[in-house]
Design a protein around this ligand. Structure first.
Ligand code: NOJ
Length: 421
């Protein structure tokens, strides 16, 4: 399959390239910058959500699954981007968000049966939301209490409803018909919950990934990761055919086999969260390597940027690690030039504190980094210090190191090429 050993570049559309001066990245901007991806030598890119969204969770609260948010452009712009990508041999992945919609999605008003409601007048159990607080909120329309694994503005879909399954299959088919090559599937371990809504037990302390607030106090064995998830995944697979499905499964590596029955890849989150220490990295990598089908990843839009997390001195070896591991590798935009976390915004856009990891791409040394001619929604961090233009062609630069490693992947991929610390 094309994705085996592929390098996939994650684009955070708001922050990649603005083409119309409104300070927010857009699809035309991405198309204008495709040469950067071709230069880097990646095989594909994943677009974080581009659908209409009230932005409670910056696109992960979708209010229409089969449209493009006007801030990003139009469906025609999307078609043009896909065509331009394919001309350059680049595959396109979209972000599929099957676990919840926006509270403003018409389904929430018109099809309440597609969501999960408490059988009592109040929370029926102790489930905690990922960004803090209880996972149950009262419906502003007075219909009772609904479940939300993430923000209250993101009611969870009920994957035990055949209508939900069919609707999401239609979404997959809609985008495949427009030429996309696959999907990164958001929060997929949570899509099926315990049918009896049993309490999650207190955290045993064994969970290997960071969780926030109240969610860290529980083992999420009933609020997600139910065995029946395989049926939901089979339905997604049926609609997707042989398009790539990469799962965001925020669980221990040991839980991945259930997901790999129908997904092609799952992100190696234990690697993404591993301290930069040889033994710890090895411990994170080995079980994932044994599974054979993980997507190696060191950062994304949810967590501290690679340069901030591992330190700028380790960026070259981080690139060597990521790009030498056998299998598919994902690069978050900006990591190839060593972008660091920024200050974020005050007041924050994202209540969970993730603005810092989402500052715009830095293309050149001008104050807005070539990202926009307008006022950027978040300012670039330090375009004078690092940018694509300055690093391009400089053999000592991080960008050229990434490019070199990507071009040499066919010969130098395997554990024998991992950096020696
Ligand atoms: C994971 C996404 O990467 C994150 O940005 C989002 O907040 C949650 N899933 C909920 O959709």
């Amino acid at each position: 399959m094309w994705w085996e050993d592929a390098v996939v570049y994650q684009i955070y559309p708001r922050s990649f390239q603005d083409s119309d001066g409104d300070g927010i990245g857009d699809l035309r901007g991405i198309e204008q910058r495709l040469d950067h991806l071709a230069y880097l030598g990646v095989d594909a890119f994943w677009l974080s959500p581009i659908y209409p969204s009230p932005l409670a969770d910056f696109g992960y609260d979708v209010s229409d699954y089969t449209a493009v948010d006007p801030v990003f452009g139009t469906l025609d712009d999307f078609d043009s981007l896909v065509a331009a990508a394919h001309e350059r041999g680049l595959r396109v992945l979209l972000d599929l968000v099957p676990s919840h919609t926006s509270i403003e999605h018409p389904w929430f008003r018109e099809h309440p049966d597609r969501y999960i409601w408490s059988p009592v007048d109040g929370p029926p159990n102790n489930w905690a939301a990922a960004f803090g607080g209880p996972a149950w909120s009262q419906d502003p329309g007075g219909r009772g209490w609904y479940l939300h694994t993430f923000y209250p503005e993101q009611p969870d879909l009920n994957w035990r409803s055949p209508e939900v399954v069919r609707a999401m299959q239609d979404v997959v088919r809609f985008w495949l018909a427009r030429g996309v090559d696959g999907f990164r599937v958001d929060a997929v371990n949570g899509i099926v919950k315990d049918a009896d809504l049993r309490d999650d037990p207190p955290a045993s302390g064994a969970f290997p990934l960071p969780l926030m607030g109240d969610a860290a106090e529980l083992d999420h064995v009933y609020s997600g990761n139910r065995p029946e998830v395989t049926e939901a995944l089979a339905a997604l697979r049926e609609a997707a055919g042989d398009a790539l499905l990469v799962g965001e499964v925020y669980l221990a590596t040991s839980e991945y086999p259930r997901y790999l029955e129908h997904l092609d890849l799952v992100f190696a989150f234990e690697l993404l969260h591993s301290p930069w220490d040889r033994q710890r990295l090895r411990k994170a990598i080995e079980p994932a390597l044994a599974l054979g089908r993980v997507a190696w990843v060191l950062s994304n839009h949810d967590f501290p940027r690679l340069a901030t997390r591992v330190g700028e001195d380790h960026l070259r070896e981080a690139a060597e690690l990521l790009l030498s591991l056998p299998g598919t590798a994902f690069i978050y935009q900006g990591d190839e030039i060593g972008l660091v976390d920024g200050p974020g915004a005050d007041p924050p856009f994202d209540r969970a504190g993730r603005d810092r990891h989402r500052h715009p791409m830095q293309w050149d040394a001008t104050p807005n980094g070539g990202f926009t001619t307008g006022t950027p929604w978040l300012p670039p961090v330090d375009p004078e210090r690092r940018n694509v233009e300055a690093q391009r062609g400089d053999p000592a630069s991080l960008l050229e190191h990434y490019r070199d490693l990507i071009s040499r992947r066919p010969e130098r991929r395997g554990t024998e090429f991992l950096p020696e610390w």
